[in-house]
Ligand binder design. Structure first.
Ligand code: ADP
Length: 256
């Protein structure tokens, strides 16, 4: 809690009153609610035309296939894939705006971490033509967790590493298996994060302010989601970073 205010004590040191703090929380909460409402409304409004657009794309694609127009058919297939991606993002925003802290729904299964890494590698190795993304050799290891959501956490962290570091730099993913837990790290050589911002970046809608940041788009929900997901698993997520040098985001989960 960012407390602004003053505490008053009596002569024995007993607290008499606390001014300011409560008001601050209310104002922050109201601000968050306004953003939640806006995002929920905007996402909802965007869904309708997108659904209709997808339907038309599919219709024309079917026609093109029938008429053996493979050029048009394959272009429309790509358009359809992008529309599907957009729908997933919009649903993601809707989820975030409805998400109250500690209310995330986790569906655990037992899966092999090495297989998940392989999948993430396939999806993200080509994320950027301008970055070298290094994946480690991961031993077979059973996790009892929400496979899709852990994949989402890794994806978010890798996307951020690419997004906040210059072309030509390296992103290194690491995986350390300890006695009871496994720790995954995503290290970039990017802009880094000031210490005072590090304390807040996992909060919903928090974005670092600054000159470099103004032309990088975002909503400040990615890390919030990551942290909610990891916490719901009883795990830990953290960052260590140096301004101008780079950042390492790590999360740790218990394994079997
Ligand atoms: P978004 O990227 O949409 O702003 P996130 O929740 O993913 O939202 O990140 C919150 C903020 O944390 C970002 O705005 C950025 O300032 C900072 N940040 C996240 N990842 C990195 C990184 N790898 N390097 C530097 N800054 C980062």
């Amino acid at each position: 809690v960012r407390a602004k205010g003053q505490a008053y004590f009596d002569l024995t040191g007993k607290a008499l009153s606390l001014n300011g703090t409560l008001q601050d929380i209310t104002e922050r909460k109201r601000e968050e609610e306004r953003k939640d409402d806006f995002i929920a409304m905007a996402s909802h409004e965007l869904k309708t035309p997108l659904t209709s657009m997808s339907a038309y794309i599919q219709l024309v694609r079917k026609r093109a296939l029938k008429e053996d127009n493979s050029f048009v058919a394959s272009a429309l297939e790509k358009a359809e894939q992008q529309a599907a991606k957009m729908a997933t993002m919009i649903n993601g925003f809707l989820n975030v705006s409805r998400l109250e802290s500690g209310k995330i729904y986790i569906e655990r299964t037992v899966f092999d971490l090495a297989t998940l890494f392989q999948e993430v590698k396939q999806d993200y190795a080509a994320l950027s033509a301008h970055h070298e993304i290094f994946f480690p050799q991961v031993p077979h290891l059973h996790l009892h967790a929400d496979r899709e959501k852990i994949g989402q956490v890794m994806g978010n962290l890798i996307s951020n590493a690419v997004k906040y570091s210059p072309s030509g730099s390296k992103v290194e993913i690491s995986c350390e298996v300890k006695e009871t837990e496994v720790e995954v790290g995503i290290k970039d050589n990017g802009m880094g994060i000031m210490e005072e911002d590090q304390q807040h970046i996992f909060e919903r809608y928090y974005r670092v302010k600054g000159r470099q940041m103004s032309d990088i788009g975002g909503f400040g929900v990615g890390l919030y989601l990551c942290s909610e997901i990891i916490q719901a698993h009883g795990g830990r997520i953290s960052v260590s970073s140096e301004l101008g040098k780079g950042s390492t985001f790590s999360f740790a989960l218990k394994h079997h």
